[in-house]
Design a binder for this molecule. Structure first.
Ligand SMILES: Cc1cc2nc3c(=O)[nH]c(=O)nc-3n(C[C@H](O)[C@H](O)[C@H](O)COP(=O)(O)OP(=O)(O)OC[C@H]3O[C@@H](n4cnc5c(N)ncnc54)[C@H](O)[C@@H]3O)c2cc1C
Length: 365
């Protein structure tokens, strides 16, 4: 059968790739040229460029297509204009100057369909064994079934949105504490504390207040962070000035209890009545995952984004994005290590071409 398909392909009588179901089960011995871990915007761009380079590629994601974007606040708009989110030369047209999450989800679905990308969703990559030329990739699906893939080259495009920066305070594990903000409706007429002073915290505080929550913003810095987007910063600052949102700066939450939160403020300890807490304190890449793959990580105290978090960066070749592990490439925001605000879709989308050029050269050899 394989030979028959090969003959048809050679004669260009039938493109069997397009006839395969979208989520094809991969047999244990199926060998890919490239396996990409993560089907975010960067992972998809890598898959497109690998395909363009004539390589057989597959993307594996623990969630859905562009899983991180799917989990962003439901009504969010991007900070970026649509053309800067484009991959694979597919135009992203939107009537809005800044596209919505909904439009972006539709756009990336369309791109995946257009290129017939093999995206295997809902499979978490747990472990990688083997080496350059023959990596074995071990996954677990939603039903806890183990699967194994084999690939000559590997791209890690796992982003940073899966792991929140924890506060490590008592009560953080209570069910009323969230590290992701989705939508405001459930918090109507509730006392909500939002922790953080960057874009995510400011956006959540504003939306919650506009939908009837009593909002207190708590940030350890002296005010809303200076780099908060120019259309959000004055909005939240004016709500604070007007007393519509209460804010505690140079303050931190030291404990979360069932009906209260405890704050450490410049004026001493404060206790606030509280129903829900949104800890919008950022996210970080899964460094343990990288370490287990053999990727060398360099660290120094005091990160740029957060002086209290260690500044961790992976070792890689800036020309090719190949890590210290031969045949293993890094793509997207993960390249920046803990400096997660240095690489985003706008610039990470070009990593695919860099990587595909190098892989093609090396695989030809
Ligand atoms: C609220 C918000 C607004 C933003 N707005 C903008 C903007 O306007 N413009 C812009 O350019 N950037 C923006 N960003 C940043 C941008 O979304 C990220 O930088 C971008 O998603 C990074 O792309 P990526 O492909 O590297 O990672 P991701 O999009 O995070 O993709 C990583 C993928 O890897 C998967 N994954 C992780 N671990 C595994 C595993 N072990 N096995 C299988 N799959 C795994 C995840 O499920 C995920 O789908 C915003 C971010 C946030 C949080």
């Amino acid at each position: 059968m394989k030979v028959f398909v090969q003959i048809l392909r050679t004669l260009k009588l039938c493109n069997f790739e397009t006839l395969k179901p979208y989520n094809t089960f991969v047999a244990k011995d199926d060998l890919f040229d490239v396996l990409i871990i993560g089907a975010g915007p960067t992972g998809l761009a890598c898959a497109i460029e690998a395909q363009r380079a004539g390589l057989k590629a597959v993307s594996i994601d623990k969630g859905c297509l562009v899983n991180s974007l799917f989990h962003y606040p439901a009504t969010m708009t991007f900070f970026t204009t649509p053309e800067l989110l484009e991959i694979g030369d597919i135009p992203f047209s939107s009537p809005n100057q800044k596209p919505t999450r909904q439009e972006a989800l539709e756009y990336y679905r369309r791109v995946a369909e257009h290129y017939h990308l093999r995206v295997h969703q809902y499979q978490c990559v747990d472990k990688v064994t083997g080496a350059d030329g023959d990596f074995q990739i071990h996954t677990t699906d939603l039903h806890r079934r183990a699967r194994e893939y084999r690939a000559r080259k590997l791209v890690i495009a796992t982003g940073y949105y899966g792991l929140p920066n924890l506060l490590n305070i008592p009560g953080e594990d209570l069910p009323k504490v969230f590290h992701y903000y989705r939508e405001p409706h459930p918090y109507f007429d509730c006392d909500v504390v939002v922790i953080g002073g960057k874009n995510s915290a400011a956006i959540a505080a504003l939306e919650l207040w506009r939908h009837g929550a009593r909002v207190t913003l708590v940030h350890r810095g002296p005010g809303v962070e200076p780099h908060v987007k120019y259309w959000i910063k004055p909005d939240v600052e004016n709500r604070i000035k007007a007393g519509q949102i209460t804010a505690f700066f140079n303050a931190s939450v030291t404990a979360i209890e069932m009906d209260e939160v405890v704050l450490n403020t410049p004026d001493g300890e404060r206790r606030l009545a509280n129903d829900f807490v949104f800890a919008m304190t950022g996210y970080h890449p899964d460094f343990t995952f990288l370490r287990n793959l053999g990727v060398e990580l360099r660290s120094q105290p005091g990160g740029v984004d957060d002086p209290e978090v260690e500044d961790v960066s992976p070792v890689y070749d800036p020309q090719t994005l190949e890590s210290n592990v031969s045949g293993l490439y890094l793509a997207g925001v993960i390249v920046a290590g803990s400096r997660t605000s240095e690489i985003f879709i706008e610039n990470g989308r070009f990593h695919g071409k860099q990587i595909a050029d190098d892989m093609r050269r090396k695989l030809r050899k």
